[in-house]
Write a protein that binds this ligand. Structure first.
Ligand SMILES: Nc1ncnc2c1ncn2[C@@H]1O[C@H](COP(=O)(O)OP(=O)(O)OP(=O)(O)O)[C@@H](O)[C@H]1O
Ligand SMILES: [Mg+2]
Length: 222
């Protein structure tokens, strides 16, 4: 069992890409793998239902096929912070609902890859953040660092917060979302300062290239 919680230094840093690659790597190890995107803002309406691309991508990559509502219990149309999106439609995000759903999924899979929304401390309601969801699920954390100017600060702040959570810090991924001439130096600076394994350095990829060719799971995750 290698269930993981994937967070990032920000929104749009490659959490879905990396989560999807982690699902593929776990499948290669012969595991039954499910994906979960418990909270998604930025959804579109198909017939009468809200759908989110991240949740669909993760479910498509997974080899344990689940009902959409099971993997994405909280879906909001507006692409805004989840607690604000929820408030606008009169919903209170309940971490225990997510936990219950996760528990049901876990019974059907060897591993569940859970993608957070935005970064570590994104609020989900008036009291809790995505970090509380990760803590509630008790999962080892993978941090995706979107390599760009400013990311060292964002990464190190997030690392401190992950440490405070008490959760195992499984590893981090340097994801080059845009070309950056200082990428190598940034990645080296992060390797020197992040007290968890670097699972991979992903270059800027074209659509046909695979993220999974650039990251590895830890041996202990076998
Ligand atoms: N290594 C990469 N090379 C090129 N493009 C990338 C790379 N990683 C991610 N992208 C692109 O960057 C965009 C954001 O990636 P992704 O959707 O995985 O981020 P995210 O952190 O999951 O975002 P969100 O916070 O919305 O969930 C996507 O268009 C994706 O295809
Ligand atoms: Mg995503």
């Amino acid at each position: 069992m290698t269930s993981l919680f994937v967070t990032g230094t920000d929104t749009g840093v490659g959490k879905t890409q990396i989560s999807s690659a982690l699902i593929s790597l776990l499948k290669q190890r012969g595991q039954r793998v499910a994906g979960m995107k418990p909270i998604a803002s930025g959804c579109y309406i198909t017939s009468d239902r809200l759908r989110n691309d991240d949740a669909l991508v993760l479910n498509q990559q997974a080899n344990v096929q689940l009902n959409y509502d099971d993997i994405n219990p909280y879906a909001f149309e507006l692409p805004i912070a989840p607690h604000i999106a929820a408030k606008k439609v009169g919903v209170e995000i309940d971490a225990s609902v997510i936990h219950r759903q996760f528990y049901q999924i876990q019974k059907k899979a060897d591993s569940v890859v859970v993608e957070g929304a935005g970064g570590w401390f994104v609020p989900i309601n008036d009291k809790l953040t995505m970090a509380d969801v990760a803590i509630r699920l008790g999962l080892p954390v993978v941090l995706v660092v979107g390599i760009r100017l400013g990311c060292i600060n964002h990464a190190l702040l997030t690392v401190e917060a992950i440490k405070c959570s008490g959760l195992p810090f499984y590893g981090w991924v340097a994801n080059n979302i845009v070309e950056n001439t200082e990428s190598d130096a940034i990645v080296e600076s992060l390797k020197d300062r992040i007290p968890a394994p670097c699972l991979g350095v992903v270059p800027v990829l074209s659509a046909s290239q695979l993220v999974m060719d650039h990251i590895t799971l830890l041996d202990s995750g076998k």
